[in-house]
Design a protein around this ligand. Structure first.
Ligand code: BGC
Length: 247
């Protein structure tokens, strides 16, 4: 059995687990550490190394999802992480610093990959969008199973800022919004995305996907169905590991 360590770097937490990327399942209990407050490459590397140590995974393959544009191993944005990640050879830095063969992709692209192969997007012909809601909003778009990487729908212009500044899960928490208040706002974003891309389904990932039943009735904005990720919050870890074997 092939085993890869999947790591999902988020703005607040860094999670890891061993994954069977062929079956699309996690193999052990997930291990989660806080993202360092000062989320510089050096500090994030130290946390990633603690996860590698936890699984006793020195020198072995790692797939890592990261909350930024990741183009050919270079991080090209840094909305919710330290600005030192901007235009930074991140994959090479993490490979050297961990001593592990390592592939790095955008976190939402990773979650989307898991869902398109094993989850809610499996077998769907046409356009599938996955949105992952945490500190920011990430997106992945697939046409007949093929990913267009690094779309940033959370950064669509919205009022005087961008969409994620109005409707991410963090915004909901900071403003202590009810599911109804937040759901109605998020529904407007879904309507916009639905209008722009005419997807056949929108899948919601991130921590918020497990609470889907509490807000689904407010998500009336899109023509297409909106469903929670089958792998919920593990989608990012599983997809990160899958991206290692797809490289
Ligand atoms: C980042 C994306 C990321 C998303 C979710 C956004 O702020 O720009 O790259 O996918 O947050 O973490």
């Amino acid at each position: 059995m092939e085993r890869i360590l999947g790591i999902d770097v988020g703005a607040t937490g860094i999670k890891g687990n061993l994954v069977d990327p062929v079956k699309g399942v996690v193999l052990e209990d997930r291990y989660k550490l806080k993202t360092p407050k000062d989320s510089t490459p050096k500090n994030v590397l130290a946390t990633v190394n603690s996860i590698i140590d936890h699984f006793d995974w020195q020198g072995l393959p790692v797939g890592l999802g990261f909350p930024a544009i990741v183009q050919h191993g270079i991080t090209r944005s840094a909305s919710n992480v330290d600005k030192k990640w901007l235009d930074f050879s991140a994959q090479e830095f993490l490979q050297k610093g961990t001593g592990c063969p390592l592939t790095m992709v955008n976190d939402a692209d990773a979650a989307g990959l898991a869902e398109i192969v094993f989850g809610q997007g499996k077998g769907i012909k046409g356009t599938v969008i996955l949105l992952t809601l945490g500190t920011g909003i990430g997106s992945a778009i697939f046409v007949n199973g093929k990913l267009l990487p690094n779309t940033e729908m959370g950064h669509l212009k919205w009022k005087d800022k961008v969409l994620e500044k109005y409707m991410s899960n963090k915004v909901r928490e900071i403003n202590s919004q009810s599911w109804k208040t937040w759901g109605k706002e998020f529904s407007k974003g879904l309507a916009h995305i639905d209008f722009l891309f005419s997807p056949d389904v929108i899948i919601l990932g991130g921590g918020i996907s497990k609470n889907f039943d509490l807000y689904k009735k407010y998500l009336t904005g899109s023509k297409c169905p909106v469903v929670p990720a089958k792998m919920q919050n593990d989608a990012g870890i599983i997809g990160a590991a899958m991206s290692y074997i797809q490289k």
